[in-house]
Write a protein that binds this ligand. Structure first.
Ligand code: COA
Ligand code: MG
Length: 295
Protein backbone atom coordinates (compact mmCIF):
# COMPACT_ATOMS: atom_id res chain seq x y z
CA UNK A 1 0.00 0.00 0.00
CA UNK A 2 1.78 3.08 -1.28
CA UNK A 3 -1.21 5.44 -1.44
CA UNK A 4 -4.24 5.25 0.88
CA UNK A 5 -6.96 7.73 -0.12
CA UNK A 6 -9.42 9.02 2.48
CA UNK A 7 -13.00 9.35 1.28
CA UNK A 8 -15.74 10.84 3.47
CA UNK A 9 -18.22 8.00 3.99
CA UNK A 10 -21.28 10.19 3.51
CA UNK A 11 -20.49 11.15 -0.10
CA UNK A 12 -21.57 8.49 -2.64
CA UNK A 13 -20.17 10.73 -5.39
CA UNK A 14 -16.68 10.78 -3.85
CA UNK A 15 -16.89 7.07 -3.01
CA UNK A 16 -17.46 6.32 -6.71
CA UNK A 17 -14.82 8.72 -7.92
CA UNK A 18 -12.24 7.32 -5.50
CA UNK A 19 -12.47 3.81 -6.99
CA UNK A 20 -10.70 4.95 -10.15
CA UNK A 21 -8.25 7.37 -8.52
CA UNK A 22 -5.39 4.87 -8.80
CA UNK A 23 -4.94 4.48 -5.03
CA UNK A 24 -3.67 1.17 -3.65
CA UNK A 25 -6.21 1.48 -0.84
CA UNK A 26 -9.22 3.61 0.04
CA UNK A 27 -10.14 4.55 3.58
CA UNK A 28 -13.86 5.17 3.80
CA UNK A 29 -14.20 7.57 6.71
CA UNK A 30 -16.81 7.43 9.44
CA UNK A 31 -14.80 9.53 11.89
CA UNK A 32 -13.55 13.13 11.73
CA UNK A 33 -14.87 14.05 8.27
CA UNK A 34 -18.42 13.04 9.24
CA UNK A 35 -20.60 15.31 11.36
CA UNK A 36 -22.34 13.63 14.32
CA UNK A 37 -25.74 14.07 12.65
CA UNK A 38 -24.47 12.34 9.48
CA UNK A 39 -22.93 9.24 11.11
CA UNK A 40 -25.87 6.93 10.55
CA UNK A 41 -26.27 7.94 6.89
CA UNK A 42 -22.52 7.49 6.36
CA UNK A 43 -22.62 3.97 7.84
CA UNK A 44 -25.35 3.03 5.38
CA UNK A 45 -23.51 4.60 2.43
CA UNK A 46 -20.24 2.85 3.31
CA UNK A 47 -21.99 -0.48 3.71
CA UNK A 48 -23.76 -0.07 0.36
CA UNK A 49 -20.51 0.91 -1.33
CA UNK A 50 -18.73 -2.15 0.07
CA UNK A 51 -21.54 -4.44 -1.00
CA UNK A 52 -21.42 -3.02 -4.52
CA UNK A 53 -17.63 -3.16 -4.97
CA UNK A 54 -16.07 -5.78 -2.76
CA UNK A 55 -16.36 -8.54 -5.34
CA UNK A 56 -14.89 -6.49 -8.22
CA UNK A 57 -11.90 -8.28 -9.69
CA UNK A 58 -9.62 -5.28 -9.90
CA UNK A 59 -10.13 -2.78 -7.14
CA UNK A 60 -8.18 -0.99 -4.43
CA UNK A 61 -8.09 -2.45 -0.94
CA UNK A 62 -10.96 -0.98 1.04
CA UNK A 63 -10.50 0.02 4.69
CA UNK A 64 -13.09 1.74 6.85
CA UNK A 65 -12.04 4.31 9.45
CA UNK A 66 -14.37 3.79 12.38
CA UNK A 67 -14.77 6.07 15.38
CA UNK A 68 -12.40 5.64 18.37
CA UNK A 69 -12.83 2.84 20.91
CA UNK A 70 -14.08 5.25 23.61
CA UNK A 71 -16.43 7.22 21.30
CA UNK A 72 -19.59 5.27 21.98
CA UNK A 73 -19.98 5.00 18.20
CA UNK A 74 -17.68 2.15 17.24
CA UNK A 75 -20.10 -0.71 17.95
CA UNK A 76 -22.65 0.67 15.50
CA UNK A 77 -19.88 1.41 12.97
CA UNK A 78 -18.64 -2.18 13.09
CA UNK A 79 -22.15 -3.66 13.08
CA UNK A 80 -22.87 -1.74 9.89
CA UNK A 81 -19.73 -2.44 7.91
CA UNK A 82 -18.22 -5.79 8.93
CA UNK A 83 -20.95 -7.94 7.30
CA UNK A 84 -20.02 -6.21 4.00
CA UNK A 85 -16.45 -7.51 4.39
CA UNK A 86 -13.99 -4.59 4.24
CA UNK A 87 -10.32 -5.51 3.82
CA UNK A 88 -9.45 -3.66 6.99
CA UNK A 89 -10.41 -1.24 9.73
CA UNK A 90 -8.47 1.93 10.43
CA UNK A 91 -8.48 2.69 14.16
CA UNK A 92 -8.06 6.39 14.99
CA UNK A 93 -6.85 7.65 18.40
CA UNK A 94 -5.23 4.27 19.05
CA UNK A 95 -3.35 3.91 22.34
CA UNK A 96 -1.13 0.89 21.83
CA UNK A 97 -1.27 -2.87 21.48
CA UNK A 98 -4.05 -3.18 24.08
CA UNK A 99 -6.38 -1.24 21.79
CA UNK A 100 -5.45 -3.47 18.85
CA UNK A 101 -6.33 -6.58 20.90
CA UNK A 102 -9.56 -4.95 22.01
CA UNK A 103 -10.61 -4.13 18.43
CA UNK A 104 -9.46 -7.54 17.26
CA UNK A 105 -11.86 -9.26 19.64
CA UNK A 106 -14.72 -7.07 18.38
CA UNK A 107 -13.82 -8.05 14.82
CA UNK A 108 -13.58 -11.74 15.69
CA UNK A 109 -17.12 -11.76 17.10
CA UNK A 110 -18.52 -10.08 14.00
CA UNK A 111 -16.54 -12.27 11.61
CA UNK A 112 -18.07 -15.30 13.30
CA UNK A 113 -21.57 -13.81 13.17
CA UNK A 114 -21.18 -13.03 9.45
CA UNK A 115 -19.57 -16.36 8.54
CA UNK A 116 -16.36 -14.67 7.49
CA UNK A 117 -12.95 -16.34 7.86
CA UNK A 118 -11.50 -15.73 11.34
CA UNK A 119 -8.83 -13.04 11.47
CA UNK A 120 -9.28 -11.95 7.87
CA UNK A 121 -9.99 -8.26 8.48
CA UNK A 122 -6.84 -6.21 9.01
CA UNK A 123 -6.24 -3.35 11.46
CA UNK A 124 -4.35 -0.15 10.65
CA UNK A 125 -4.02 2.21 13.64
CA UNK A 126 -3.31 5.93 13.69
CA UNK A 127 -0.96 5.77 16.59
CA UNK A 128 0.06 9.30 17.59
CA UNK A 129 -3.15 11.28 18.04
CA UNK A 130 -2.72 12.09 21.73
CA UNK A 131 0.20 12.80 24.05
CA UNK A 132 -0.56 9.68 26.09
CA UNK A 133 -0.47 7.50 22.97
CA UNK A 134 3.19 8.33 22.38
CA UNK A 135 4.13 6.40 25.51
CA UNK A 136 2.67 3.11 24.23
CA UNK A 137 4.31 2.98 20.81
CA UNK A 138 6.47 -0.04 21.70
CA UNK A 139 3.42 -2.18 22.49
CA UNK A 140 2.14 -2.66 18.91
CA UNK A 141 4.74 -5.34 18.16
CA UNK A 142 3.18 -8.77 18.61
CA UNK A 143 -0.26 -7.38 19.48
CA UNK A 144 -2.20 -9.08 16.66
CA UNK A 145 -1.77 -10.86 13.35
CA UNK A 146 -4.33 -8.41 12.02
CA UNK A 147 -1.95 -5.46 12.28
CA UNK A 148 -1.14 -4.55 8.65
CA UNK A 149 0.49 -1.17 9.07
CA UNK A 150 0.76 1.82 11.35
CA UNK A 151 0.27 5.48 10.61
CA UNK A 152 0.53 8.70 12.54
CA UNK A 153 -1.39 11.95 12.77
CA UNK A 154 -0.34 15.50 13.55
CA UNK A 155 -3.71 17.29 13.55
CA UNK A 156 -5.34 15.59 16.52
CA UNK A 157 -2.02 15.53 18.39
CA UNK A 158 -1.77 19.28 17.97
CA UNK A 159 -5.33 19.68 19.25
CA UNK A 160 -4.38 17.56 22.29
CA UNK A 161 -1.24 19.60 22.96
CA UNK A 162 -2.98 22.94 22.52
CA UNK A 163 -0.02 24.51 20.72
CA UNK A 164 -0.56 27.18 18.08
CA UNK A 165 0.55 25.27 14.98
CA UNK A 166 2.25 22.00 14.10
CA UNK A 167 4.35 23.33 11.21
CA UNK A 168 7.23 25.82 11.05
CA UNK A 169 7.29 28.72 8.57
CA UNK A 170 9.22 26.59 6.03
CA UNK A 171 6.41 23.99 6.05
CA UNK A 172 8.31 21.29 7.97
CA UNK A 173 6.96 19.88 11.23
CA UNK A 174 7.86 21.35 14.62
CA UNK A 175 9.80 19.15 17.06
CA UNK A 176 6.90 17.44 18.90
CA UNK A 177 5.49 16.22 15.58
CA UNK A 178 8.85 15.13 14.24
CA UNK A 179 9.17 12.97 17.34
CA UNK A 180 5.71 11.48 16.77
CA UNK A 181 6.61 10.75 13.14
CA UNK A 182 9.86 9.02 14.13
CA UNK A 183 8.14 6.97 16.83
CA UNK A 184 5.53 5.83 14.31
CA UNK A 185 8.29 4.71 11.96
CA UNK A 186 10.06 2.83 14.77
CA UNK A 187 6.82 1.29 16.06
CA UNK A 188 5.78 0.03 12.61
CA UNK A 189 9.25 -1.32 11.87
CA UNK A 190 9.51 -3.05 15.26
CA UNK A 191 6.08 -4.60 14.66
CA UNK A 192 7.12 -5.63 11.12
CA UNK A 193 4.17 -3.86 9.50
CA UNK A 194 3.96 -1.09 6.90
CA UNK A 195 4.99 2.38 8.11
CA UNK A 196 2.53 4.84 6.54
CA UNK A 197 3.23 8.58 6.56
CA UNK A 198 0.46 10.99 7.52
CA UNK A 199 -1.70 13.24 5.31
CA UNK A 200 -0.51 16.38 3.57
CA UNK A 201 -3.54 18.60 4.02
CA UNK A 202 -2.65 21.36 1.52
CA UNK A 203 -4.04 19.40 -1.44
CA UNK A 204 -3.30 22.04 -4.08
CA UNK A 205 0.43 22.10 -3.25
CA UNK A 206 2.00 19.35 -5.37
CA UNK A 207 5.57 20.51 -4.69
CA UNK A 208 5.09 20.42 -0.93
CA UNK A 209 3.53 16.95 -1.15
CA UNK A 210 6.38 15.67 -3.29
CA UNK A 211 8.99 16.99 -0.85
CA UNK A 212 7.19 15.29 2.04
CA UNK A 213 6.91 12.00 0.10
CA UNK A 214 10.63 12.04 -0.68
CA UNK A 215 11.53 12.68 2.95
CA UNK A 216 9.21 9.88 4.06
CA UNK A 217 10.61 7.38 1.55
CA UNK A 218 14.16 8.40 2.47
CA UNK A 219 13.51 7.63 6.12
CA UNK A 220 11.78 4.26 5.58
CA UNK A 221 8.07 4.94 5.24
CA UNK A 222 6.53 2.75 2.52
CA UNK A 223 3.32 4.68 1.84
CA UNK A 224 1.39 7.84 2.60
CA UNK A 225 -2.19 8.79 3.38
CA UNK A 226 -3.96 10.99 0.79
CA UNK A 227 -7.03 13.22 1.10
CA UNK A 228 -7.53 14.20 -2.55
CA UNK A 229 -7.37 12.18 -5.80
CA UNK A 230 -4.74 14.63 -7.12
CA UNK A 231 -2.31 13.38 -4.51
CA UNK A 232 -2.43 9.72 -5.49
CA UNK A 233 -0.19 9.74 -8.54
CA UNK A 234 2.52 11.74 -6.77
CA UNK A 235 2.48 9.37 -3.81
CA UNK A 236 2.48 6.20 -5.94
CA UNK A 237 5.46 7.47 -7.95
CA UNK A 238 7.41 8.51 -4.87
CA UNK A 239 6.98 5.13 -3.14
CA UNK A 240 7.69 2.96 -6.18
CA UNK A 241 11.39 2.07 -6.36
CA UNK A 242 13.09 3.66 -9.37
CA UNK A 243 14.89 1.64 -12.05
CA UNK A 244 18.17 3.11 -10.78
CA UNK A 245 17.49 1.95 -7.20
CA UNK A 246 16.56 -1.53 -8.43
CA UNK A 247 19.69 -1.85 -10.56
CA UNK A 248 21.84 -0.79 -7.63
CA UNK A 249 20.13 -3.21 -5.23
CA UNK A 250 20.61 -6.07 -7.68
CA UNK A 251 24.28 -5.14 -8.12
CA UNK A 252 24.82 -5.39 -4.36
CA UNK A 253 23.11 -8.78 -4.09
CA UNK A 254 24.90 -10.13 -7.19
CA UNK A 255 28.27 -8.96 -5.90
CA UNK A 256 27.84 -10.87 -2.63
CA UNK A 257 26.45 -13.92 -4.46
CA UNK A 258 29.61 -13.93 -6.56
CA UNK A 259 31.77 -13.56 -3.42
CA UNK A 260 30.00 -15.72 -0.83
CA UNK A 261 32.90 -15.57 1.63
CA UNK A 262 33.28 -11.81 1.55
CA UNK A 263 32.03 -9.81 4.54
CA UNK A 264 32.59 -6.48 2.94
CA UNK A 265 33.04 -5.32 -0.67
CA UNK A 266 33.70 -2.08 -2.51
CA UNK A 267 31.03 -1.29 -5.11
CA UNK A 268 31.25 1.91 -7.14
CA UNK A 269 33.71 3.36 -4.63
CA UNK A 270 31.51 2.69 -1.62
CA UNK A 271 31.89 0.20 1.24
CA UNK A 272 29.08 -2.34 1.21
CA UNK A 273 28.42 -4.89 3.99
CA UNK A 274 25.55 -6.70 5.80
CA UNK A 275 23.14 -3.79 6.42
CA UNK A 276 23.42 -2.82 2.75
CA UNK A 277 22.39 -6.33 1.65
CA UNK A 278 19.39 -6.18 3.96
CA UNK A 279 18.43 -2.80 2.57
CA UNK A 280 18.84 -4.03 -1.02
CA UNK A 281 16.66 -7.08 -0.33
CA UNK A 282 13.95 -4.90 1.18
CA UNK A 283 14.01 -2.53 -1.77
CA UNK A 284 13.61 -5.44 -4.21
CA UNK A 285 10.72 -6.80 -2.14
CA UNK A 286 9.03 -3.37 -2.33
CA UNK A 287 9.60 -3.27 -6.10
CA UNK A 288 8.14 -6.77 -6.45
CA UNK A 289 5.04 -5.74 -4.48
CA UNK A 290 4.60 -2.68 -6.72
CA UNK A 291 4.88 -4.88 -9.84
CA UNK A 292 2.35 -7.38 -8.46
CA UNK A 293 -0.13 -4.53 -7.96
CA UNK A 294 0.39 -3.26 -11.50
CA UNK A 295 -0.59 -6.59 -13.12
N1 COA B 1 -12.17 11.10 -2.69
C1 COA B 1 -12.89 11.07 -3.83
N2 COA B 1 -13.19 12.14 -4.57
C2 COA B 1 -12.72 13.32 -4.14
C3 COA B 1 -11.97 13.43 -2.95
C4 COA B 1 -11.71 12.27 -2.21
N3 COA B 1 -11.00 12.30 -1.07
N4 COA B 1 -11.64 14.72 -2.78
C5 COA B 1 -12.16 15.39 -3.80
N5 COA B 1 -12.81 14.56 -4.63
C6 COA B 1 -13.52 14.90 -5.87
C7 COA B 1 -14.51 16.04 -5.69
O1 COA B 1 -15.74 15.51 -5.29
C8 COA B 1 -14.53 16.64 -7.06
O2 COA B 1 -15.34 15.83 -7.88
P1 COA B 1 -16.09 16.44 -9.16
O3 COA B 1 -15.04 16.97 -10.07
O4 COA B 1 -16.83 15.27 -9.72
O5 COA B 1 -16.98 17.53 -8.60
C9 COA B 1 -13.09 16.47 -7.55
O6 COA B 1 -12.54 15.40 -6.79
C10 COA B 1 -12.25 17.71 -7.33
O7 COA B 1 -12.33 18.11 -6.00
P2 COA B 1 -11.94 19.59 -5.53
O8 COA B 1 -12.98 20.55 -6.01
O9 COA B 1 -10.54 19.83 -5.94
O10 COA B 1 -11.98 19.50 -3.96
P3 COA B 1 -13.25 19.71 -3.01
O11 COA B 1 -13.26 21.14 -2.57
O12 COA B 1 -14.48 19.15 -3.66
O13 COA B 1 -12.89 18.78 -1.79
C11 COA B 1 -11.99 18.17 0.31
C12 COA B 1 -11.88 19.11 -0.88
C13 COA B 1 -10.81 18.38 1.24
C14 COA B 1 -13.30 18.44 1.04
C15 COA B 1 -11.98 16.72 -0.25
O14 COA B 1 -10.79 16.53 -0.93
C16 COA B 1 -12.17 15.63 0.77
O15 COA B 1 -13.30 15.34 1.15
N6 COA B 1 -11.08 14.94 1.20
C17 COA B 1 -11.15 13.86 2.12
C18 COA B 1 -11.38 14.37 3.53
C19 COA B 1 -11.27 13.28 4.55
O16 COA B 1 -11.70 12.16 4.35
N7 COA B 1 -10.68 13.62 5.71
C20 COA B 1 -10.48 12.67 6.76
C21 COA B 1 -9.06 12.25 6.88
S1 COA B 1 -7.96 13.54 7.33
MG1 MG C 1 -8.52 13.06 13.10
Amino acid sequence: MRSLLFVPGDSPKKLDKAMSAGADALILDLEDSIAPSAKEGARRAVRAHLQATVKARKRPLIYVRVNPLDSGLIEADLDAVIPARPDGIMLPKARGGQDIMHLSSKLAVREAESDLPDGEIAILPIATESAAALFTMGSYAGSSRRLSGLSWGAEDLSADLGGLTNRLDDGTYADPYRLARSLALFAATAAEVLPIDTVYTNFRDAQGLLAECKAARRDGFLGKLAIHPNQVEIINAAFTPTREQIVRAKAIIDAFAANPDAGVLGIGGEMIDRPHIKRAERLLATAKAARARAT
